[in-house]
Design a protein around this ligand. Structure first.
Ligand SMILES: C[S@@+](CC[C@H](N)C(=O)[O-])C[C@H]1O[C@@H](n2cnc3c(N)ncnc32)[C@H](O)[C@@H]1O
Length: 265
């Protein structure tokens, strides 16, 4: 299992804290839910990387005639999602990941994913899996973060990471997240979905307090797992202070680079 998935499982409680869920990422998640497309013709909707199942539960309750499957590789988040949907007869949760989906060929009318695809470890393999599981006339919305994400923080914190973390470890850590541009996402999916595909990007700036931003660090903690604890503690201290320096009258800005891979029927 990848250190990203292990860390999501270990920090499941922190992930579900109100602070994280109300952070810029919680707001972005709500924005992404608004972009999903489920209607009366959707018999089976599959969410990949459903985390603790909050959006899965909301959508399954709102669409009782659609069956939902949430796929989540992190055990503790999967347990939360399973508990959350327990009152809904039209939803279930399964272990799995983009690279290997536990589903039959061409079974899904609709596949969606919110802020998870950037964690896949195999881009071409995942694109193939998604087309294997989606019905030939099925629809899909993958919403995930792109290469230019969080540029304010990156500019401010890169010199600290470069000074304190050995280059090789730093490179490994950075490469755990896919850093796709809109063009790269188009190139990946175009051969698979051809003219049913559209790939767009958007930028969303959110302002928060230092504590507000720090509450979502559990989302990226897995990228730092190979760093010596003392070095990590030094990084955290310096990074926190560098981020505090970004303070404006509106708060500390963070700009999310969102990629939207959409397939129409
Ligand atoms: C930022 S969370 C998003 C969870 C949920 N969709 C939400 O918006 O709150 C990222 C999720 O992706 C999952 N994940 C990590 N690697 C994955 C993979 N290779 N395939 C599918 N999901 C993965 C994590 O376990 C985690 O639940």
């Amino acid at each position: 299992m990848s250190s990203i998935i292990e860390t999501y499982s270990r920090l499941a409680q922190e992930y579900e804290s109100p602070e994280n869920l109300n952070s810029c990422w919680g707001k972005m998640t709500k924005h992404c839910v608004g972009l999903t497309r489920i209607d009366d013709n959707t018999q089976l909707a599959v969410e990949i990387g459903c985390g603790p199942g909050i959006e899965l539960t909301e959508l399954a309750a709102a669409h009782p005639s659609t069956n939902f499957i949430g796929i989540e590789p992190a055990q503790e988040l999967r347990n939360s999602a399973t508990a959350r949907i327990s009152d809904l007869s039209n939803a279930r949760v399964m272990d799995g990941r983009f690279e290997q989906l536990p589903l039959a060929n061409h079974c899904a009318d609709y596949i969606f994913s919110i802020l998870a695809f950037h964690w896949t470890t195999d881009l071409p393999g995942s694109a193939k899996e998604l087309s294997r599981v989606l019905k030939p006339d099925g629809q899909m919305d993958l919403l995930f973060i792109g290469r230019h994400n969080g540029n304010e923080f990156i500019k401010q914190t890169s010199p600290i990471y470069q000074r304190l973390i050995p280059l090789r470890t730093l490179m490994e850590s950075v490469s755990m997240r896919q850093q796709m541009t809109v063009e790269a996402a188009d190139q990946l999916f175009r051969p698979v979905f051809e003219d049913r595909l559209s790939v767009t990007e958007s930028y969303h700036t959110y302002f928060d307090t230092l504590d507000g931003h720090w509450s979502w660090w559990c989302r990226i903690e897995g990228q730092f797992i190979n760093i010596e604890p003392e070095i990590k503690a030094d990084c955290d201290r310096e990074v926190k202070s560098a981020i505090a320096d970004l303070e404006t009258v509106n708060g500390i800005p963070y700009t999310i680079h969102l990629l939207h891979v959409s397939v129409k029927s």
